[in-house]
Design a protein around this ligand. Structure first.
Ligand code: AMP
Ligand code: MN
Ligand code: MN
Ligand code: MN
Length: 287
């Protein structure tokens, strides 16, 4: 059985492993096809490609196929919605322009978030968060890490609840690109666009359906149906949406850091009768 994991992060966004460490872990876990999908950047993929190119001799080659990917942040009905781009070219002008715009938006938001938190906590924060991000686009996870390191909360869940979610001290509403902009840029780069974790936005069933419909109407290709923590009932729910709206099915761990309950390639089965997204990957021969 060929194993795919099509949603993962590295230190080039808010993940904990370097691209080469992630590739090695994927091999350890028996993943055959790994997509690196950092938030609003292709830099982790570029670093992974560089790393793989240094492994030139046959004993050195890693038995894993890297799929270039990205996770774009979009704003839909005032909500943050994530769109994965998979199997895309790294050199598309349209996609790289969108990435540049998102990067500027992240920089502006990070400055505003730091201002709010600095006023509330009476401490300089910005430079230390920039250092924690180490050149990666600054995400709320980097603020979360700073707040935990400095004793303001004990874990990621609590720190988001207390400081970083809508309405809290450190929250600044982002204005990311639209769903359609993200989908078009991904497709302009030859990739397929997948709606990430459709049940992960705390939306009522009515709103999930609205989101799926708008995603489909905007030209989206697939839904992320399988994630290691999703129950069989939730997978079936997503499978039903995929069938009803003729969307392809994707699978991904959304791995950020090694932790007991999320692992590369683990428990990513798909319900029956779905067309997998990899049928659209150019290089995957008939499996
Ligand atoms: P941003 O794109 O900067 O708004 O940051 C969003 C990132 O923060 C997501 O990709 C997650 O990795 C992380 N995140 C969001 N909500 C939570 C949460 N409740 N607990 C832990 N991490 C979260
Ligand atoms: Mn993240
Ligand atoms: Mn996401
Ligand atoms: Mn993700």
């Amino acid at each position: 059985m060929i194993k795919f994991d099509l949603h993962t992060h590295t230190t080039y966004s808010d993940g904990g492993l370097l691209p080469e460490e992630l590739l090695l872990r994927a091999v350890e876990k028996g993943v055959d096809y790994l997509a690196i999908t950092d938030h609003d950047t292709l830099d982790g993929v570029l670093a992974a490609v560089d790393h793989l190119s240094t492994r030139s001799s046959s004993q050195d080659l890693l038995p894993v196929c890297l799929i270039p990917g990205i996770e774009l942040s979009t704003t839909w009905c005032n909500k943050d919605i994530h769109v994965l781009g998979l199997d895309l070219s790294l050199h598309s002008l349209t996609l790289n322009q969108l990435i540049e715009e998102q990067k500027k938006k992240r920089e502006i938001r990070a400055r505003l978030m730091a201002d709010k938190l600095e006023k509330a906590l009476l401490k300089p924060i910005f430079d230390e968060v920039v250092a924690l991000a180490a050149g990666a686009p600054i995400t709320r996870s980097h603020f979360a890490k700073w707040l935990i390191n400095n004793g303001y909360a004990s874990d990621y869940g609590k720190v988001f609840q207390k400081y970083l979610s809508k309405g809290k001290t450190g929250y600044v509403a982002p204005q990311w690109c639209s769903l359609a902009d993200a989908i078009q840029a991904i497709q302009a780069a030859g990739g397929v666009a997948v709606l990430a974790h459709p049940l992960g936005y705390a939306l009522s069933p009515k709103w999930v359906r609205r989101l799926v419909v708008d995603f489909k109407n905007a030209g989206g290709d697939g839904l992320e149906v399988s994630n290691c923590q999703l129950s069989p009932a939730d997978r079936q729910k997503l499978a039903n949406y995929a069938k009803e709206y003729q969307l392809l099915a994707s699978v991904g761990s959304d791995f950020h850091h090694p932790m007991p309950w999320i692992e590369l390639g683990r428990n990513l089965w798909l319900p029956d009768d779905l067309m997998p997204i990899w049928c659209r990957f150019e290089f995957v021969e008939k499996l």
